[in-house]
Design a protein around this ligand. Structure first.
Ligand SMILES: Cc1cc2nc3c(=O)[nH]c(=O)nc-3n(C[C@H](O)[C@H](O)[C@H](O)COP(=O)(O)OP(=O)(O)OC[C@H]3O[C@@H](n4cnc5c(N)ncnc54)[C@H](O)[C@@H]3O)c2cc1C
Length: 832
């Protein structure tokens, strides 16, 4: 064997070991066996063998002899690491540590196991959950008149409020033993999806008590006494909760809140009581104007050491009855004309007993951790359901509208310019549905997916924003003029709310998805960080050594994998067979590339990456796109690869693979180190760009899916409220669509006759009449044309108002819903 052959064998072995992430023991043994085997059985130029031994023996010796490795190598890395390590506040550390890792962890590691993905449990409803959707949820939807809610009343009607309370809508997450529904995350998501398709106000009113708030916090951290007192009251709606975290000076940086609580003695119900003196100023609090119990986050101090040695205890959560003296509540904000109850809460010298802390005094200072842990699940449900409900309803009606509405004598949906937004609406709806279903199933399987929930929240609401714009463009003035006939305007107005709450989207993209993802999903970063922070010096170096050596071999493996997979375009990746086979392979390729760039970026920038938001955000986008493709593929496979869905799957995969490629390119072009950027660009794209946007042909096919009453259009909108009630736009559109389609061939006949001058008439109706007179069409056909024309006129109609009709009765009162909730300003506490 020549030296060149030896080099090839050596590099091949190196590649195979690195690709398969061999352990150090396997590396060492392989090196030893390979060199011995080749020198004994082959005539390898002995110089090469000697050179290999000289270079590699000391390396393997150091790596395998731990004391030597720590002294010569990892001790120095640890010193450097501790010097450049980012400083982190306690709230940041708690936020980073919260929640669990799901599929995004596999993508982060660069080697997703596709069989594992397909074997993950599917989202399912129980019989009881389905019955609730078919019963109370349908009934609720039939009671909702969104124009009356948002314009006339600026509130839900008293009958709707009562219905919500009586039917347990505020108790979806409360266990049965406390009188709640104890529904799965998927059921919760399905319920909200249906209601969001009808009224954002009603759905948000249901979402808040079931999301991050008193019930969720009590369930996880409440004392038995608190659970027994509050949960049954919350379940039956006797208590309406809100949760107040945000204030004028603490929005995205909620941990910086200036609201304080001082542990002190005071008087409660005539008795000397150990408690907390609170001063706070909160805003934007959903349900606050009508809440009877307030969850409040504040910073707790114990200057007199009445409950322990620590003076600055940190963020703490307490439950405060509305009528506690000095609580000022009841005024409203008006969030973009969506009429759910939302307003400020203030408190000046509010004294509360110490046992009103959620979980009692032992949970003093644990508030941030509690909030972060609970946020993980709720964030994946409420807002993604809002996006799903809106997207499903709007995709259903917009496709029909584009077929019914004509301009230039053609249904507008036939114009290529309109096909493009229609395709985005169809594809976006499918992806939103796939993503929120995937996350809900993970939560039902026991996960608290903090990073996945950030991905889902960000991307479903951003997709809804794009979709909302497309829907408005397709509807023109019909979408703009508000009124009972407008089904698009209020949803369009509501989108920025979803973008802003539960982690504003820019912050989520820039700081959370990759920032927290790197800590939680990377197999070694969190371990390194924890090890480097250990106060026990005897433990610090061994723990750090183990993590850093693992990390180095992981990076080496990612380099080899990324290079190999890019050169071969992922063709040899083992992936599920079928029409989606290549998409799985492409995701594996990009996942390896992502893992490599993530590691190199962490290595190059260290703590500075926290401030380099443009890098962090793009890495977050790449992780998210790979997650969305995975969710889409899983959704399709869970639907038994229903063939009609394939164009949607293709569109989603091709769109996101293209977006991933573009994001990689953008990232590497702007990489802080130009040389490294160019090198990584070569590793990831050795043959140049590979992916294109979905073709015009596919776009055309997607648009057609929405323009006709296809089975797929129905499946895409599965779960929306379709019922023969007043202003159910799904039913109105279905009817008009059927009539429009029935009339199309007759219209063609009339048009031909007109062109041949066999009939006359200025308007369509006159032409139809002339065609009937000339016996070109039958009376039944004439009738079909008239019915289609009437239905079309009803669909394209918009509202107009007398000026006095535009005043809002509901907002004239400062106390909406005042029948049930009195405005309270420091009333006596009657909690009893
Ligand atoms: C309708 C509505 C209902 C709400 N309900 C509640 C509730 O029930 N309880 C509650 O406690 N709060 C509630 N909120 C508050 C909500 O959570 C906050 O609005 C949100 O956290 C953002 O805070 P902010 O509005 O002060 O914006 P800011 O924090 O001022 O942010 C402004 C912009 O800056 C961006 N930004 C901030 N920091 C960074 C960063 N480091 N990097 C990049 N970009 C950044 C944000 O993404 C955003 O785009 C509600 C808000 C609204 C509008």
């Amino acid at each position: 064997m020549t030296g060149t052959e030896w080099f090839i064998v050596f590099m091949f072995s190196f590649g195979v070991l690195a690709y398969h992430r061999a352990s150090l023991v396997v590396w060492t043994l392989s090196f030893f066996l390979l060199t011995v085997f080749l020198s004994v059985f082959h005539s390898v130029a002995s110089g090469w063998i000697i050179a290999t031994w000289i270079v590699l023996t000391p390396i393997f010796a150091i790596l395998n002899f731990f004391p030597l490795r720590r002294t010569l190598l990892t001790q120095h890395i640890l010193t450097f690491y501790r010097r450049v390590m980012p400083t982190m506040s306690r709230t940041e550390k708690e936020a980073l540590a919260a929640g669990t890792v799901t599929w995004e962890g596999d993508l982060f590691c660069g080697a997703p196991d596709w069989q594992k993905l397909l074997n993950l449990p599917q989202a399912k409803l129980s019989i009881e959950e389905q019955a609730f959707l078919d019963g109370p949820v349908e009934k609720l939807c039939s009671m909702l008149d969104d124009w009356d809610i948002t314009h006339t009343r600026a509130d839900l009607s008293p009958a709707v409020w009562q219905f919500l309370k009586d039917n347990g809508f505020f108790s979806l997450i409360i266990p049965k033993e406390y009188g709640g529904k104890q529904f799965s995350a998927y059921a919760h998501s399905q319920i909200l999806t249906k209601v969001y398709g009808v009224s954002s106000t009603a759905a948000t009113t249901i979402a808040v008590p079931n999301s991050l708030g008193p019930a969720e916090l009590l369930l996880h951290y409440g004392t038995e006494e608190q659970k027994n007192y509050y949960l049954p009251r919350l379940a039956c709606g006797e208590d309406v909760p809100c949760f107040a975290l945000t204030g004028p000076d603490a929005g995205s940086d909620a941990g910086a809140m200036p609201d304080t609580g001082i542990v002190c003695w005071g008087e409660h119900e005539g008795k000397k009581t150990l408690g907390i003196l609170l001063n706070f100023n909160k805003r934007y609090i959903t349900l606050a104007p009508v809440a009877t119990v307030l969850g409040l986050a504040f910073k707790l101090y114990d200057p007199e050491h009445l409950i322990g040695k620590t003076e600055n205890l940190g963020i703490t959560c307490a439950l405060i009855p509305r009528n506690t003296p000095n609580v000022i509540i009841g005024r409203r904000h008006l969030p973009l004309n969506i009429a759910f109850q939302n307003g400020p809460i203030k408190g000046k010298d509010v004294f509360i007993p110490i046992d009103w802390i959620i979980g009692g005094p032992k949970m003093a200072g644990q508030g941030w951790r509690m909030l972060m842990e609970c946020l993980a699940a709720g964030r994946a449900i409420s807002l993604p359901a809002s996006a799903t409900g809106g997207a499903k309803m709007l995709s259903y009606v917009t496709g029909a509208y584009a077929r019914i509405r004509r301009q230039f004598n053609v249904p507008i949906g036939r114009f290529e310019g309109i096909e493009e937004p229609l395709a985005r609406i169809a594809g976006g709806t499918y992806v939103i549905d796939a993503a929120r279903t995937f996350a809900a199933a993970a939560i039902d399987a026991g996960a608290k997916p903090s990073i996945a929930s950030a991905i889902i929240k960000f991307h479903t609401t951003e997709l809804a924003r794009t979709l909302g714009n497309d829907v408005m463009d397709i509807h023109g003035g019909k979408g703009i003029c508000l009124g009972p006939k407008n089904y698009a305007g209020r949803g369009y107005q509501a989108i920025p709310i979803a973008i802003t709450v539960e982690g504003a989207n820019i912050l989520t993209r820039s700081m959370i998805i990759f920032g927290q993802g790197a800590m939680r999903c990377h197999p070694y970063i969190f371990a390194e960080f924890t090890a480097a922070n250990l106060t026990d010096e005897t433990m610090r170096l061994p723990a750090f050594d183990k993590a850093i050596i693992g990390h180095l071999s992981f990076t080496l493996s990612n380099f080899v994998r990324a290079l190999f997979l890019s050169f071969t375009s992922g063709r040899f990746v083992i992936a599920p067979k079928g029409k989606t086979h290549r998409y799985f392979q492409h995701v594996t390729r990009f996942s390896a590339g992502f893992a490599l760039i993530a590691d190199v970026s962490l290595l190059l920038l260290g703590g500075a990456l926290k401030r380099k938001e443009s890098i962090s955000a793009r890495l977050g986008d790449i992780l998210s796109y790979l997650y969305l493709i995975s969710a889409t593929l899983k959704f399709y496979h869970d639907h038994d690869k229903y063939a009609a869905e394939l164009p949607l799957v293709r569109w989603a995969c091709e769109n996101y693979l293209y977006q991933t490629q573009e994001k990689f390119k953008e990232l590497l072009q702007n990489y802080p180190n130009r040389f490294v950027g160019m090198l990584l660009n070569f590793v990831l794209f050795p043959w140049g760009k590979h992916f294109e946007k979905p073709s015009d042909k596919l776009t055309h096919k997607m648009a057609q899916l929405l323009l006709a009453p296809t089975d797929l259009r129905k499946r895409l909108a599965a779960g929306i409220f379709v019922s023969q009630v007043k202003n159910n736009f799904a039913v109105i559109m279905d009817d008009a669509l059927d009539k429009a389609i029935a009339a199309e061939p007759i219209e063609k006949t009339v048009k031909t006759a007109l062109a041949e001058k066999r009939i006359f008439g200025k308007t369509a109706i006159e032409q139809a009449q002339s065609a009937l007179n000339e016996k070109i069409i039958s009376p039944e056909e004439y009738n079909t044309l008239i019915l289609a024309s009437e239905a079309r006129q009803a669909v394209i109609a918009v509202d107009d108002f007398a000026p006095e009709e535009l005043s809002r009765e509901g907002l004239k009162s400062e106390r909406p819903n005042s029948q049930s909730i009195p405005h309270v300003e420091g009333e006596k506490n009657t909690r009893g």
